[in-house]
Design a protein around this ligand. Structure first.
Ligand SMILES: Nc1ncnc2c1ncn2[C@@H]1O[C@H](COP(=O)(O)OP(=O)(O)OP(=O)(O)O)[C@@H](O)[C@H]1O
Ligand code: SF4
Ligand SMILES: [Mg+2]
Length: 338
């Protein structure tokens, strides 16, 4: 592939992920498109069960059978310049990319850390795995990384075991491990949800600082809080019932939301107070519940909760319509409602 002005780093098209269950097939993600450029942060936002985590896990090749990616592509530009389809790679090739070119951090850092080893050892091991460092150099690099993620006295704290650290410190350690391989993409799935509000804000600040200092790194940031989206993202993808219902640049989405669900999410942060930060704020405003994935309403999935619904909204799943450059919405009434 020849050089382009602004090539994608990741281009997901038509992604569908299914889980066969006793009650039927859960279509957790359906017809999902996502483009990520170098240095960009895309936030995936939506209520619980909307398919945010399954989207990330699908891209990472981490869906446990019998769940599977039923269709779609996830083209990823490797550091070598080669473009590969993450959905079609062998487990061995995926493993080479995961943790090396695409790193991830999750909600609960304790479950990802080994309680039997010091955090310094665990970071050093990650470094040795991905870069040709000797043990001593890897340890020194681990201390540097701990300093970079804001841990004071890193030389001493590197000798701590995970249980000797607070939740916020452990998440910093996870971020250090993720950064140890200098990834092209950091996937962060609600990385601050388990932390208390002040610590959440500190971790968000840290992620922003790290991104500013490493202009090449892209982030896929999952949250259910629009306030966090405003602070973190360049691009936003709003999900509902396994589908993208609206996407576009963050300022556009906040200034002119075109989907009633996006408006609902925005109203919920206005409700929680525009100055509130962190992810523990209650999502107030949208009445009703996310539908069961085994019993999705016909037509527009949001119809049962939508104050603007009309009978025709039940007839067919609205297409994801491009409404301007880089801007899409999945509502048949978006023009009238504007
Ligand atoms: N292994 C599985 N087997 C069956 N269904 C699953 C499985 N994993 C996820 N699902 C279903 O897929 C849908 C999407 O789940 P997902 O975890 O992506 O939601 P989410 O948006 O990340 O929610 P949350 O904010 O709670 O993390 C949900 O209905 C969930 O129940
Ligand atoms: S298609 Fe109809 S029900 Fe769905 S969001 Fe638009 S107005 Fe509401
Ligand atoms: Mg999730």
């Amino acid at each position: 592939m020849g050089p382009e002005a602004d090539p994608f780093l990741l281009s997901v098209t038509g992604l569908a992920t299914h889980f066969p269950t006793e009650g039927g097939v859960v279509r957790a993600v359906d017809d999902l498109n996502l483009t990520l450029k170098r240095g960009e942060t895309v936030a995936i936002v939506g209520e619980s069960g909307s398919g945010k985590s399954v989207t990330c896990l699908s891209i990472l090749g981490l869906i446990d059978p019998p769940g599977h990616v039923a269709s779609g592509k996830a083209l990823f530009r490797r550091k070598s310049g080669d473009v590969v389809d993450l959905c079609a790679l062998s487990e061995r090739d995926l493993r080479a990319i995961r943790g090396d070119e695409i790193a991830m951090i999750f909600q609960e850092p304790m479950t990802s850390l080994n309680p039997l080893y010091t955090v310094g050892d665990q970071i050093a091991e990650a470094i040795e795995e991905h870069r040709r460092f000797k043990r001593r150099e890897a340890w020194q690099e681990a201390v540097k990384l701990l300093t970079r993620v804001g841990i004071a006295d890193a030389e001493v704290r590197a000798n701590d075991y995970p249980h000797q650290m607070s939740g916020g410190m452990r998440q910093r350690v996870m971020i250090a491990i993720a950064l140890s391989c200098q990834p092209s993409i950091l996937v962060a799935d609600e990385p601050t949800t388990a932390l208390d509000v002040t610590i959440q804000a500190q971790i968000l600040d840290l992620l922003r600082t790290l991104k500013a200092s490493d202009a090449g790194m892209s982030i896929i940031f999952v949250t259910h809080n629009m306030g966090v989206v405003a602070e973190m993202a360049d691009q936003v993808m709003v999900m509902y019932g396994g589908r993208v219902v609206e996407s576009g640049p963050v300022d556009d989405i906040f200034q002119t939301p075109r989907h009633p669900y996006t408006r609902g999410l925005l109203a919920s942060i206005a409700h929680a107070g525009s100055r509130s930060r962190g992810e523990r704020q209650p999502l107030a405003a949208i009445p009703g519940n996310v539908p069961s994935p085994l019993d999705l309403p016909p037509g527009c999935t949001f119809e049962p909760r939508c104050g603007d619904a009309r009978p025709e909204c039940r007839l067919a799943v609205p297409p994801l319509e491009t409404i301007s450059a880089g801007r899409q919405t999945r509502c048949i009434r978006w023009r009238e409602l504007t």
